[in-house]
Design a binder for this molecule. Structure first.
Ligand SMILES: [Zn+2]
Length: 394
């Protein structure tokens, strides 16, 4: 069966412009695009008129925590596995409703994401985005993310090797390591290095043996440098990335996930609610962040789209807000969306199937009333239509 969507302005995510009066056809069995054009489409089993609305790819969010509670300042560390699983499922639906059609997890309590992914594969998790599951993150004892059922605690290369192998045995599809402290934990700071280069090097070695990715939480220095020297695939946050590191990232093909929304919401929403030390940490960092990330982008570092969803005030409906913030580090709206459509798909190794709306790829897209290339606010539309494989989900 074929289904043709027509009468839309199409931004396919592969170029920097959109095509007016466009149509595209989806094979409803495979869920992939089979043809594309402009003007009057040819015959199809089913035709859908978009009445001049705007179509663009679903977002790939490469940094989520579906079991973390954005309304609780301790994340999810108190919840039971059952509570975490139900909550995680709700959050997956929120992500999809906001236009996110693919996520990479960067740490989950109880390995809930791995288990939900299993249910999804069996068709038992309707209206959820594609998931690359991480399971628990890897931290040093007392390090960032050291919470109940939230992390493998490793304190030597040997412990790291064993833990990473255990994670893959449990079904993890990617690895998240903590290279520095962070904003959210008292008594640990962005400039605190945490896992060592030899520890992270082992994680990278084991992951790459299985053609899997390693993401490093690295906010400050020397942790960013340590993670790069260990050969990780992406630097998460990277708020204090310097010039030397930027060039090293280009040379090694390392991506940077700036998670701007996570940092932006803290001083914005947290004053009077969050502990003063946390608001202060975030406010101090924010100006530096824009300066450092702007320089890295100008040098040519490839940015991905990730939001750290699940951190305080940073809900699962906020991914669209990331794009307006990316324009503040010097991107055009098209470049901001390409962090998702091109770069995130490349980082995850799924660009042959996902990311852009080109013939041969899955028809995962969103339909908007406003032009996303004219104003990034268009993608924040709350009642947008969202499709997976050409089938409407919301
Ligand atoms: Zn995170």
């Amino acid at each position: 069966m074929t289904k043709t969507f027509y009468n839309c302005t199409l931004f396919d995510g592969a170029t920097d412009h959109s095509t007016p009066d466009a149509w595209f056809t989806v094979d409803t069995t495979t869920g992939r695009l089979t043809a594309r054009g402009t003007g009057q489409p040819g015959p199809a089993d089913e035709q859908v008129d978009f009445h001049g609305q705007y179509v663009m790819p679903g977002f790939i969010n490469v940094h989520t925590h579906i079991t973390s509670n954005p309304d609780s300042f301790s994340g999810s560390f108190g919840a039971s596995e059952t509570e975490s699983a139900v909550f995680g499922y709700e959050n997956l639906q929120k992500l999809l409703k906001s236009g996110v059609t693919y996520i990479r997890q960067c740490g989950s309590t109880y390995d809930v994401d791995i288990k939900l992914k299993r249910l999804q594969r069996d068709g038992k998790l309707p209206r959820t985005p594609h998931i690359m599951a991480s399971g628990r993150a890897f931290s040093m004892t007392g390090g960032h993310g050291d919470g109940r059922n939230a992390a493998y605690l490793v304190d030597s290369p040997d412990e790291m090797r064993k833990a990473v192998r255990q994670a893959f045995k449990a079904g993890a599809e990617c690895i998240k390591v903590m290279a520095t402290g962070g904003v959210m934990t008292p008594n640990d700071f962005m400039e605190d290095p945490q896992l060592s280069v030899p520890e992270m090097t082992v994680a990278v070695e084991e992951a790459h043996h299985k053609r899997r990715l390693v993401a490093a939480h690295a906010e400050g220095n020397p942790g960013i440098q340590n993670a790069l020297d260990a050969g990780v695939d992406s630097i998460e946050h990277g708020f204090y990335v310097n010039e030397k590191e930027a060039y090293q990232m280009i040379e090694q093909g390392t991506y940077l996930t700036p998670t701007l929304i996570a940092e932006w919401v803290l001083p914005e929403k947290g004053r009077g609610i969050l502990p003063d030390w946390e608001v202060k940490k975030a406010a101090d960092a924010i100006d530096d962040t824009y300066h450092n990330l702007k320089r890295a982008f100008e040098i040519g570092v490839k940015f991905t789209c990730g939001t750290d969803a699940g951190t305080p005030f940073n809900g699962f409906d906020r991914t669209p807000d990331e794009f307006g913030l990316l324009t503040k580090v010097g991107m055009t709206p098209a470049q901001a969306y390409q962090c998702s459509s091109i770069n995130s798909a490349m980082l995850l190794g799924v660009s042959a199937d996902y990311g852009t709306l080109e013939v041969g790829k899955y028809a995962d897209f969103q339909v908007l009333t406003g032009d996303p290339l004219a104003d990034t606010a268009a993608v924040t539309q709350a009642d947008k239509a969202v499709y997976l494989s050409g089938r409407q989900q919301f």
